[in-house]
Ligand binder design. Structure first.
Ligand SMILES: Cc1cc2nc3c(=O)[nH]c(=O)nc-3n(C[C@H](O)[C@H](O)[C@H](O)COP(=O)(O)OP(=O)(O)OC[C@H]3O[C@@H](n4cnc5c(N)ncnc54)[C@H](O)[C@@H]3O)c2cc1C
Ligand SMILES: NC(=O)c1ccc[n+]([C@@H]2O[C@H](COP(=O)([O-])OP(=O)(O)OC[C@H]3O[C@@H](n4cnc5c(N)ncnc54)[C@H](O)[C@@H]3O)[C@@H](O)[C@H]2O)c1
Ligand code: SF4
Ligand code: FES
Length: 799
């Protein structure tokens, strides 16, 4: 029997998944032809966010290599657009003059990004974020320009903004609603998200509507309807998508918002089907892959003549792909008159969970900070579980049962691909799978957004027990397979002196590196060669580049050094004068006993520093921040030692020292510990004739009590042991690893062994002195450099 001719228009994620399903059901029944407008094989569009964020490369996001088409006898026409469908004669025509007949036609033309029809939207530097070309355009712009504006604070806009930050740009996000991701989150979660993203350096303009894109040939900025304006060298529009229906409509296929299909993905025209973002099913158009894959399954079964109930619609779930941010939502997100909610807001852990219940059934969930329960909740909501079932499953995990162990076989592990626990466990057992990659190959789990990888790994552990050895070697980022220790060893061994050289010699997978490895390499090089290494300013995070902390409204905060938290009338008068002169928004005492001037304009920073005439407090740096002190023996009736004097000495000695992460210290003069040394990176407590030195404490998100390192008699010894500890931490911790995590990881006994060894302690002190000898006060440095003033602060002369 002659094979049926099957033609697919659109070589994207939904169309090709439908073909894969068909090939699985009936491998040899069709002559398949695929037309794809883009000149690539089918790739993972989802991962473009990861490409922009520097976590992966374009070459690594291909889903089906050229060879796959060949192996399956598929005729692929890449870079060729279908321009007409003749539904009577069942033929399609392309822009390259090709005519192809079909028995079955699948339209999977996806969506087009919605571009706001603003004056100036056609200028150079305005782009969408939809395909490889857009991604390349943004990466290229980041090499030449500084300021990006992203219009739209939805999933796409925020993922783009994170990518542009990683590429070293300053990023403003302009959002129409009064809170972010209002289609996916409730206000509480959105506000937590905003705070987190602001701390990563993103700047938000909420409730703003853009009225114009300014500039001559290239964009130079945005104007808002309320009269405001901001500068921008790159504008990314991420304000939603429009199903790509023009071809279908012109060819006489019924369309509404999308191409109208029934439960078998049939259009009104015989033998023409639609699947993916271009299709409209029961008045719903979807923009996430999970429903599109479910549609593909239904379509394949129908075309292959299998009995199937068809596609019934999907429960959606979303997860933002921004590193360091965990947000998840599924089903309904906002309360209604008939719903009740279970809400847990843990201010301490900065987590938020809301579960909506209607008539005892779970109907939706929003999670922030801890999204481990997301997959389970999606699964329960999909199957219409009642609240009791959820509470019981939660009890099981509270009792220590792992999340995957407590799941039933039908529950979904991979939301994107609809792969259940049972399917994965069977594949592991029957096919002898031992790695996440193998599970992906066999079941599709983790093949799309990748957020379920940890659950798949947990399932491998759970199923294989001791036989499963997770790959524990962790590379410093996706640009290399080398670990932190391997990179540092290579820097030392090969005498590498610049990040570019490291990337080149150690065969980095990306040319420019990413936001993870660039600052890390700069730190490691400075640590290994304190005297020779020239700081690579462009590799540093924005706050460190500008020597001030960027705030929510785009202004900066200025914190002058106040050694040991001690000040005097003259300094206070100067601070007050500066605050008045530059109309500082708020003067605030910090937790580290200093004064923070908030709301300083970027262009005023150099003048503020000049007028203050004080050293930088380094409140923005991965560096020694403050040394908090108690009043001590001089004034306090409990005081046994000069804690302020000790604190000042410590702060003066270690001022400006580059460290893997910020370092905070506290010195008290009796066990009442008013300077809170128990939760500091270094805490010193004075007792009668003795100083106790504690290390590895943390009072922030990961609360940790500091551990006793040593008891010594003199202030000189405090300085010596602290220097040894800090230098050892500098030389051995990973970049961005706080002392609390480091000490926890290596154990206090190990650190004690090192610093108590006289020889090692003396060597560590010598290397610390070398590192400290190159310190230059950054604010006065900036004031001396015309170029820096102009490049970074847009000041022509400030002297
Ligand atoms: C940056 C980014 C991140 C995303 N992240 C996620 C995520 O984390 N999770 C998630 O679920 N979803 C995510 N999405 C959405 C997801 O990628 C889409 O839902 C999915 O790709 C849609 O698949 P599709 O096949 O319907 O459309 P597409 O993937 O757009 O494929 C359609 C293809 O058809 C081609 N085409 C159109 N017209 C013609 C024609 N006339 N002739 C020939 N070819 C034609 C198009 O060029 C395109 O290549 C993301 C999207 C983007 C852009
Ligand atoms: N992690 C993920 O799941 C993920 C990531 C990226 C993209 N996507 C998908 O890609 C598609 C596109 O994403 P999107 O974020 O563009 O769509 P979206 O519709 O989810 O969000 C668009 C956002 O832009 C805002 N907006 C609309 N008009 C505006 C204006 N004039 N000015 C400022 N803001 C405006 C809206 O309020 C909305 O929050 C969606 O289907 C999305 O689901 C998903
Ligand atoms: S720690 Fe002790 S000495 Fe210092 S201020 Fe508190 S009570 Fe006084
Ligand atoms: S949940 Fe997205 S790939 Fe599994």
């Amino acid at each position: 029997m002659a094979k049926k001719k099957l033609v697919l228009i659109g070589n994207g994620m939904a169309g090709i998944r439908a073909i894969e399903e068909i090939l699985q059901l009936l491998p040899d029944q069709f002559d398949i032809t695929v037309f794809g407008k883009e000149p690539y094989p089918n790739y993972n569009r989802i991962q473009l966010s990861k490409v922009l964020q520097g976590d992966t490369e374009i070459k690594d996001i291909t889903l089906n290599e050229w060879q796959w088409y060949e192996d399956n006898g598929i005729l692929l026409y890449p870079g060729e657009t279908v321009t007409k469908i003749d539904k009577e004669n069942q033929v399609v025509y392309t822009d390259k003059g090709k005519e192809t007949a079909y028995d079955y036609l699948i339209i999977a033309t996806g969506s087009n990004p919605f571009m706001l029809p603003l004056p100036g939207a056609d200028k150079e530097g305005v782009t969408a974020f939809r395909d490889i070309e857009d991604c390349e355009k943004m990466i290229d712009a980041s090499n030449h320009y500084k300021r990006a504006a992203v219009i739209g604070g939805g999933l796409l806009g925020l993922e783009a903004a994170r990518g542009l930050l990683n590429l070293g740009m300053e990023v403003d996000v302009i959002h129409i609603s009064d809170y972010l991701m209002e289609r996916q989150l409730d206000r509480a979660a959105a506000e937590l998200l905003q705070k987190e993203l602001e701390s990563q350096g993103m700047n938000f303009y909420l409730e703003k509507q853009t009225s114009e894109i300014t500039g001559k040939k290239r964009v130079t900025g945005l104007k808002f309807k309320d009269g405001g304006a901001i500068p921008a060298d790159l504008v990314v529009m991420a304000v939603g998508i429009k199903p790509n229906v023009a071809l279908a409509q012109e060819s006489g296929v019924d369309v509404n918002r999308g191409i109208i299909v029934n439960d078998h993905m049939e259009t009104n025209v015989p033998n023409i089907y639609a699947v993916g973002e271009c299709a409209e099913h029961r008045e719903m158009v979807y923009g996430l892959v999970a429903p599109l894959y479910e549609q593909g399954q239904a379509l394949a079964k129908h075309i292959c003549g299998m009995n199937h109930q068809g596609y019934k619609g999907s429960v959606l779930s979303t997860q933002l792909k921004v590193s360091g941010v965990d947000v998840f939502s599924t089903g309904l997100i906002n309360e209604t008159a008939d719903s009740k909610s279970i809400k847990v807001f843990d201010e301490w852990q900065n987590t938020y969970k809301k579960i909506l219940v209607q008539d005892d059934k779970l109907t939706g969930a929003v999670l922030f900070g801890d999204t481990k329960e997301g997959t389970k909740l999606l699964s329960l909501i999909k199957k219409g579980a009642n609240v009791q079932e959820y509470l019981e499953s939660q009890q099981a995990s509270d009792d220590g049962e792992s999340i995957v162990a407590a799941m039933s076989d039908e529950e979904i592990i991979c939301g994107c691909n609809g792969v259940s626990k049972g399917t994965i466990v069977n594949a592991i057992k029957n096919d002898g799978l031992t790695t996440v990659e193998q599970v992906k190959g066999k079941t599709n789990a983790s093949r799309s957004c990748g957020t379920c990888k940890n659950l798949v790994s947990d399932l491998l552990t759970d199923t294989l027990g001791d036989e499963y050895e997770a790959d524990t070697k962790e590379s410093i980022c996706a640009c290399t397979d080398l670990t932190r220790d391997e990179v540092v060893a290579e820097i030392r061994e090969k005498g590498l002196t610049h990040s570019k050289e490291v990337m080149n010699v150690l065969e980095w997978k990306t040319e420019e590196g990413c936001s993870k490895c660039k600052p890390a390499l700069n730190y490691y090089l400075g640590m290994v060669y304190p005297e020779e290494h020239e700081d690579e300013r462009e590799s540093r995070f924005v706050n460190e580049r500008l020597h001030a902390n960027i705030q929510k409204d785009g202004t900066y905060s200025v914190v002058p050094r106040m050694y040991g938290g001690v000040t005097n009338a003259e300094d206070l008068r100067t601070i007050a004068d500066v605050a008045e002169k530059y109309e500082v928004g708020m003067i605030k005492l910090t937790g580290g006993q200093r004064i923070d001037l908030l709301g300083v304009k970027k262009e005023d920073l150099p003048d503020v520093w000049k007028d203050l005439g004080m050293p930088s407090g380094y409140a923005y740096g991965k560096s020694v921040r403050t040394v908090k002190t108690c009043v001590g023996a001089e004034f306090c009736r409990f005081g046994t030692q000069d804690s302020t004097g000790m604190g000042i000495q410590l702060e003066k000695k270690f001022e400006g020292l580059n460290t893997p992460h910020k370092v905070k210290m506290g010195v008290s003069a009796c066990p009442r510990n008013c300077a809170e040394g128990g939760i500091k990176d270094v805490g010193v407590v004075g007792l009668d004739g003795v100083w106790e030195v504690y290390v590895g404490g943390n009072g922030g998100t990961d609360l940790r009590k500091a551990e006793l390192l040593v008891k010594v008699k003199t202030q000189q010894e405090v300085l010596e042991y602290t220097a040894a500890f800090l230098q050892y931490y500098r030389e051995n911790a990973s970049y961005l690893e706080r002392t609390s995590h480091y000490v926890e990881r290596v154990g206090i006994e190990h650190v004690q062994e090192i610093v108590n060894d006289d020889q090692l302690r003396s060597e560590l002190n010598a290397r610390m002195d070398q590192a400290l000898s190159v310190y230059q006060e950054p604010w006065s440095n900036v004031l001396e450099s015309e170029t820096t003033l102009k490049d970074l602060y847009q000041k022509v002369t400030a002297k």
